[in-house]
Ligand binder design. Structure first.
Ligand code: FAD
Length: 472
């Protein structure tokens, strides 16, 4: 392996750095994780049943109980709280509820101002709620940093900069020298640093904090309790679980990418696995090699984008390497082989060659609820007695609080600003199923790997997929 001076890391060096890795999310590997709550046994009734204990389900349970204190609100989770995407993200808090302003402009150009306003209200409410519930989740309000890895990408940043200024964001556009003064990567040719209402968070601590807030409000939570079947039962819905049954007047489905027996859901949402690695804590000297004094979460502009942030104890969390598995199996820890992470490790060392002496402690996968509009949607089932909420496409840490409210408003027919906008009125398109989906995903992910450097058919394919209306 090269010394810490910044030369290229060999394949064997990268493998050695990965030798002692634990294939488990760093966030969940924490002695402070709460003990499991008992599973549901027997017959229950509920005014509102929430299915799924990720951010969306937890916020939905809290908001339902706060809005309707006299209601019996029950939450069931198939595994443990935050077992799905919510225990596995990079943890960058993004201002947008729309997967970014560019995406809002792409899908709902007529509603941008209102969506921006809803994003601001959501983030301010998110901050207030965490204070109110006394949730300590290592939040740092240090902004979002988008780094151009090619000078040809700079015009994209300039366009993004102008769009954000137009919508009142506090943004700074940085040239190469200024970008590298913030985060010293030789790849960064410039950057856009958004400074308001964004930062980083410890996602598992957030989920555990929300769990505790929900319990204190009187929500009944059952872990290791998967919904096995949902069916109409006159004015109620009947939900079967392995050892019990619940009759509920209203059901909020915060089940992310899972297949819960409603085929329409999985025609609109695709389960893509993204991957992340965590380093061991950096020493002060290692940290000094890369600067990063302002500790912003960053994304880069590669087609297969990489992203990263620092943890409280100065590990680097670095992600961005997608795979797709035929049939969309639910196990997010499907990839426990070092091979899956090779490209990601190489990308890490290309981003931070000065850290060639750093070792990795954890590696994990997590499900992305990819949908064609790239942003959260709420869709009703069972004549309006159930609502399903998902589709964040990799940007749901804070947007899930908005998704939960939008879903409850839809479920209860509550008049609220978003109900008058296309985010509610328009759905998200079908994504071709089965073998067609698999072939499309395979070609796209092969194209991701090399589209920037090689161009040719890979770039042409990505352009074609974008032209079909899929977010990239
Ligand atoms: C690798 C990765 C990096 C990411 N990075 C970021 C980031 O930096 N910033 C950002 O904003 N977003 C990020 N995201 C996205 C973010 O994590 C998600 O948008 C968010 O966590 C979605 O929350 P959710 O509650 O909708 O879904 P989930 O957290 O997946 O929750 C769904 C829950 O439903 C449960 N469930 C499923 N089936 C059943 C059933 N039959 N019965 C009962 N329960 C069931 C699951 O076990 C799961 O706990 C990232 C995601 C991944 C995977």
């Amino acid at each position: 392996m090269a010394s810490a001076a910044g030369t290229k890391v060999s394949t064997s060096g990268a493998a050695a750095a990965f030798e002692k890795v634990k294939f488990f999310p760093y966030w969940l590997d924490n002695p402070a994780a709460p003990a499991a709550l008992p599973g549901l046994k027997g017959q229950y009734t509920a005014d509102v049943l929430v299915v799924g204990g990720g951010f969306t389900g937890l916020w939905a349970a809290i908001k339902a109980k706060e809005r309707y204190p006299h209601f019996k609100v029950v939450l069931i989770e198939a595994g443990r709280i935050a077992y799905g995407a919510s225990g596995r993200p990079c943890g960058i808090i993004s201002t947008s509820i729309m997967h970014g302003l560019q995406n809002a402009a792409r899908v709902f150009p007529n509603d941008i101002d209102q969506l921006e306003e809803l994003g601001r209200i959501n983030l301010d409410g998110f901050k207030r709620d965490l204070e109110r519930f006394q949730i300590d989740a290592d939040i740092e309000w240090n902004g979002e940093f988008t780094a151009a890895i090619d000078s040809a990408h700079f015009p994209i940043l300039e366009e993004d900069y102008a769009l954000h200024l137009q919508h009142g964001h506090e943004m700074v556009l940085l040239n190469q020298e200024q970008a590298q003064a913030e985060i010293n990567s030789p790849l960064f040719q410039g950057a856009l640093w958004g400074k308001n209402r964004s930062g980083t968070i410890h996602p598992a601590k957030l989920a555990w904090g929300l769990r505790s807030a929900a319990l204190k409000l009187g929500v009944q939570i059952f872990e290791n309790t998967p919904l096995q079947r949902i069916s109409d039962h006159s004015d109620n819905l009947k939900i079967a679980t392995p050892e019990g049954e619940i009759l509920a007047a209203k059901v909020f489905l915060g089940t992310g990418v899972a297949n819960i027996g409603i085929p329409d859901i999985n025609r609109r949402v695709m389960n893509v696995l993204d991957h992340i690695v965590a380093t061991e804590p950096l020493t002060e000297e290692q940290l000094s090699r890369i600067g990063w004094k302002n500790r912003q979460g960053f994304y880069d502009t590669r087609t297969q984008l990489n992203y990263g942030r620092l943890t409280k104890d100065n590990r680097i969390i670095f992600g961005g390497s997608v795979t797709y598995h035929y049939g969309e199996p639910l196990d997010p820890d499907l990839n426990r082989q070092a091979g899956t992470y090779q490209g990601l490790i190489q990308a890490f060392f290309a981003t931070f060659p000065q850290l060639s002496d750093v070792k990795f402690s954890h590696a994990w996968g997590g499900p992305i609820d990819y949908c064609s509009r790239g942003s959260v949607f709420a869709r009703q089932y069972f004549s309006g007695k159930a609502v399903y909420v998902a589709g964040y496409t990799g940007f749901g840490v804070a947007a899930s609080r908005f998704g939960a409210s939008m879903g409850l408003n839809t479920l209860f027919g509550t008049d609220s600003p978003e109900q008058h906008l296309d985010i509610v009125k328009k759905g998200t398109a079908y994504i071709p199923p089965g073998i067609l989906r698999w072939i499309g995903a395979k070609i796209t992910f092969i194209a991701f790997d090399g589209a920037d450097a090689e161009g040719g058919w890979k770039r042409a394919w990505i352009k074609f997929v974008k032209s079909l209306g899929f977010p990239m």
